[in-house]
Design a protein around this ligand. Structure first.
Ligand code: AMP
Ligand code: ZN
Length: 465
């Protein structure tokens, strides 16, 4: 199956040709763990999950590597004021390590609920300081660094290809990017590899280094860890579109300068933003929506996944609760239709009819056409509404779901259903008796089992999370 992907490096659609036959290595910039992921971040992880599933569907053995940015200040070149992890620690009375662990757990709870497969390798910045120091040493030995004001900088003037990914010439880069004003820099686009002069007071995450006790610059972790797990050159690097002008540009500069090999990464894929009325949803601005918040409003996580698949990853997607409600109702309708199919005799893949194979082919072509999920969803609907025998539908649904990740064939457990009804009854009784503690306890108990209760004028309804 020919897979076409839009490569930000060169800005064009290209056929995917891996470095090693039958294998695909991809690196995705992971979360900063000083707060919950917002649904904009989660849109990007859903896009990357679809990419990974598509690579597997197209027949590649995928190694998916994702980092966890658990060093609080590594979120921006221009951070000012307080280290975000430290701020969170102070506000909650916990250690920075606890904060990182707590939000890392919360992140995976969200991604699991959204049907996002766990990466093959998850690597923490704090666990790879040695690799980062080795990279700085390599750059130093090759003359790409200088020391100023106690920090070690990467000198972009020593790297003529700087900014190629962003397709901007130097003048435009200078004018366009918002970068930190730092008197010590020789060129405003130089960036710090290693800090010994903390921008933040009371820094607790510090490590020894040949240049003094300090901490790594923002971009270093992704270069060091991706090369450790995928090799000095690899196939795919992805992230949100905001990473093109600074973070990914700097990652390329330091990696190619260190190894002397180009291109460092063959394909660069970037997901567009989830936007709200006020513009881009953003972590540092506050007031963002989390998956838990959507659930409090009565939605289940897969409603949000379905909502995201309704837009192409290269287009901005506008979030609204009305839009999410339409997605939820479409998904509910889909699941009800699927629930009525007879699952007892799925037709083996090799015995599918020409019509069924035609649908599979359309689906495969759409998926492999730069992950065209809106069209893939349309193919799913054609299948579900069409007249193929249930046995064929079930087989094709299972195949489509390896890419869509919508739990299309999740079976209903009738024992569990009876159990839930009993608990709902008990909760109703508790409420009548004004035993609200018991009523709440039952709600929490059910939530832990993946059941969400909704109280409405016509009684209590429940949904699976
Ligand atoms: P962060 O945890 O802030 O480093 O962001 C994690 C990922 O989410 C990165 O790949 C960002 O580019 C991406 N991202 C940030 N804001 C949005 C947004 N509003 N919509 C989609 N992706 C986003
Ligand atoms: Zn990164």
């Amino acid at each position: 199956m020919e897979l076409k992907l839009y490569n930000s490096r060169g800005r064009r659609l290209e056929t995917f040709i891996p470095r090693e036959n039958g294998k695909a290595g991809m690196y995705a910039c992971g979360p900063t763990v000083y707060n919950y992921a917002h649904i904009g971040n989660l849109r990007t992880y859903i896009f990357e999950d679809i990419l990974r599933r598509t690579l597997a569907y197209a027949g590649y053995e995928v190694t998916h590597v994702m980092n966890i940015t658990d060093v609080g200040h590594l979120t921006d070149d221009a951070d000012e004021g307080e280290d975000k992890m430290q701020k969170s620690a102070r506000e909650t009375g916990r250690s920075v390590w606890d904060i990182a662990a707590m939000y890392t757990d919360a992140f995976f709870r969200d991604t699991d609920r959204l049907g996002i497969l766990r990466p093959t390798v998850v690597c923490k910045a704090t666990g790879h300081i040695e690799e980062m120091l080795a990279l700085v040493s390599r750059l130093e030995a090759k003359g790409f660094t200088y020391e100023a004001g106690g920090n070690i900088y990467f000198s972009i003037d020593k790297f003529p290809d700087y900014g190629k990914l962003a397709l901007l010439d130097r003048q435009e880069l200078m004018a366009g990017a918002r970068i930190e004003v730092d008197e010590a820099k020789r060129n405003p686009h130089d960036f710090v590899l290693w800090f010994t002069k903390s921008k933040f007071e009371n820094q607790t995450m510090l490590w020894d280094s040949p240049w003094g006790r300090g901490y790594p610059g923002w971009h270093l972790e992704c270069s060091a860890m991706s090369m450790k797990y995928l090799g000095e050159q690899f196939d795919i690097h992805c992230g949100g579109i905001d990473h093109i002008p600074v973070h990914h540009t700097n990652e390329i500069a330091q990696s190619e300068a260190a190894t002397g090999k180009s291109p460092w990464v063959t394909y660069w894929l970037h997901g567009e933003f989830l936007i709200v009325d006020r513009g881009k949803m953003s972590k540092s601005k506050g007031g963002f929506l989390t998956l838990d918040k959507l659930m409090e409003e009565g939605f289940v996580p897969l409603d949000y996944r379905y909502f995201c698949l309704g837009g192409h990853y290269r287009s901005q997607l506008k979030f609204s609760f009305d839009g999410l409600a339409s997605a939820a109702s479409a998904r509910g309708n889909l699941m009800e239709r699927i629930a009525r199919f007879d699952r007892s005799a799925p037709v083996p893949r090799e015995s599918l009819s020409a019509e069924a194979l035609g649908l599979v082919k359309d689906f495969g072509e759409h998926v492999c056409d730069n992950l065209n999920m809106p069209k893939a969803l349309a193919d799913l609907w054609t299948l579900v509404k069409g007249g193929l025998p249930d046995g064929e539908k079930i087989t094709v649904l299972a195949e489509m779901d390896t890419v869509l990740g919508l739990d299309l064939l999740k079976t209903q457990d009738t024992n569990l259903d009876a159990d839930i009804e009993k608990l709902i009854e008990e909760r109703l009784q508790a409420r009548k008796e004004k035993d609200f503690a018991r009523a709440d306890e039952i709600r929490v108990q059910l939530k832990e089992r993946g059941i969400l209760l909704e109280d409405g004028p016509s009684g209590t309804r429940w949904k699976r999370l």
